[in-house]
Design a protein. Structure first.
Lengths: 341, 341
DNA sequence: CATTTTTTGATTTACGTACATCAAAATTGG
DNA sequence: CCAATTTTGATGTACGTAAATCAAAAAATG
């Protein structure tokens, strides 16, 4: 049997109350006594029974998720996954709240972070907009002892405890290699469709993509990035226009959202052309396009895994526990027609 | 606040003891009374607090993992992951035991299953050898109320509650498409290296691979399967021999273990040839080969995820709880040199 | 050394559930 | 209707920890 507080009280030759004072960092214990207790804890290998402690404390973990108010399939999916987690709240002792802030608006995010900080939740998860003020606001939370994880888009250089999302540079590099290999040494132009160069995840994907393309597939030439604002209509317009004007295009990398428009443009303009297309995020639209051959590969991040991972990490940090790194690593899914879930 | 047993006792107008009798299916409750209590439970939406219940019961989950005694990197890795789970036993209230049985030996597995059944564990995970007797033995366990999950290799047609492993047909299909696309319409022969056609996962991978190759890449011709017994030496010999005799080989699919030998053969015999190679299982050897270009892609199943998933599912089944299907789906990892963990 | 302050002990209640015991009430059988 | 049986209630203890209270002991201060 694992040792209990009674065992360490007996081993240290002190009372239960004193053990409790040491364990919960309450005042009123002499230095030497505290050390006796800590030694007993180490010697017996005592670890507090979290379930029992949470029961006694009536503990719940109030968690806040801050998301951009973006109207695309990916964000809807993320939202749905958080709501699914809310449905499990009772069993997981969580009390999760979702707040939405305008997208691409650092100041709005900063204000919300300040509001949230005042509520002193057990943890905060946010889809970060990459700006110095946001970094400062996040660091402030961390400094106040509130665990913070970034979701989907990271905030490097900040003190956030964890990032629950994919390595976007690796994603871009992988996309480049897949495209290059699929094209098998062909020469031509590559169109890149992004949401916005203001968000870090898109910038990083482009960076990875451009770097591998340049180094390993010199026969391919990148056209200037098209910024579709993650909006299907804009994406449609941009891609239709590019395909109309330039018939040297042999491949397309869509690294953001709004793929519905991309797919429509491909079906209209590229029926007679052999284009190789790689897109991000598995949705009903990209899935159908993969199956009918309009898209050749989909890179995906599993929103459900990201949300569950963020919750696990926030709870663990709130309790000062270690996380299983391998479990919390969000993998880049590569989907071909054959391995769709 | 969520309702407690006290609340349902009050709502049903009975005593705590009666509620307890109903909840724990103890005898001595009249039918009408039992219904009153069950109505109150439904009306208030009561769900028993598992943590408190487990605390009161002093519950632990004795789990048994049955593995083949195979000496390859993958099985070593699987073993290590289970031992890592054992290290977390205290926090997870598990009591995990590993037993090894001779590989490819259905009778030995059946005997072990019977031994294990006699110990009445809370759950059993096994790497299944595909044989009718094993199916019967597994069904027997399930019939006795013991949750069973198959690990890595499934036992279709049995009553096992869950399979913690990848879809091997999809894996084979994916390998074929990757190889076909990487070869970009080239004509030639494909060598397939397997462990043994006696294990289901290898058969399924081959089946998926052959089917996509035949349908979608008719320019590629599969050579008869080489069975390397998951052994590096045998694999080396077989591949070196094939490469020496046949210079029409343009691609290799290694769907089993023993890749150390494959890689050695490639470095000796194929320095001057442009071979496209797809292999299974990320190990130190395949990782290095991917990075130096000897292998073009690695398909992988994450042993850590499989083990953690098996444990979660067994515990949930033991408690009669639902599992989050999306969380327990073991994904096929596709690694290129750019997205290695 | 007396007094104040700090440290420690002893004890109790609580969290939500499980389980056991004994008495009281209700039901059933004859 | 009485006795035997079944059903129900009341109560207590336990799991391992948190947290509070009050008294007792020890240490520090003058």
């Amino acid at each position: 049997m694992r040792p209990t507080v009674h065992d360490i009280a007996a081993a240290a030759g002190v009372s239960l109350a004193t053990v409790d004072r040491v364990l919960n960092r309450r005042p009123g214990v002499r230095h030497v006594t505290r050390e006796k207790v800590e030694t007993a804890i180490r010697d017996l290998g005592y670890v507090r029974d979290l379930a029992a402690a949470n029961l006694a404390k009536g503990r719940v973990y109030p968690l806040t998720f801050i998301l951009p108010a973006s109207d695309n399939s990916f964000m809807h999916g993320l939202n749905a996954e958080i709501r699914a987690a809310i449905a499990r709240s009772a069993a997981e002792r969580t009390d999760i709240r979702i707040v939405e802030v305008p997208a691409f608006d650092p100041q709005a995010l900063v204000r919300e972070l300040e509001t949230v900080a005042a509520e002193k939740p057990s943890g905060v998860a946010l889809v970060a907009t990459d700006a110095p003020d946001v970094r400062t606001a996040v660091d402030r939370l961390v400094h106040d002892g509130i665990p913070v994880v970034t979701l989907v888009s990271d905030l490097t250089g900040s003190l956030r405890h964890h990032y629950a999302g994919v390595d976007n540079i690796a994603a871009g590099r992988t996309a480049a290699r897949l495209l290059g290999r699929f094209l098998g040494g062909a020469k031509g132009e590559i169109a890149v469709l992004a949401g916005s160069m203001l968000v870090r995840d898109h910038r990083e994907r482009l960076e990875g993509f451009a770097s591998v393309t340049a180094q390993e597939f010199p026969a391919l030439h990148l056209l200037p990035v098209l910024e579709g604002r993650d909006d299907p209509e804009t994406a449609h317009m941009l891609i239709a226009d590019a395909l109309g004007k330039n018939d040297g295009i042999v491949g397309i990398y869509s690294l953001g959202a709004g793929n519905r428009g991309l797919i429509r443009a491909l079906k209209e303009k590229a029926v007679d052309r052999a284009l190789t297309v790689i897109a991000h995020e598995l949705t009903v639209h990209t899935r159908a396009a993969l199956l009918d051959g309009t898209i050749d590969a989909i890179l995906n991040q599993d929103a459900g895994h990201e949300v569950r991972s963020a919750i696990r990490v926030l709870k663990a940090k709130a309790d000062g526990l270690a996380v299983i790194d391998a479990q919390e690593r969000i993998r880049l899914d590569i989907f071909l027609k054959d391995n769709l879930p």
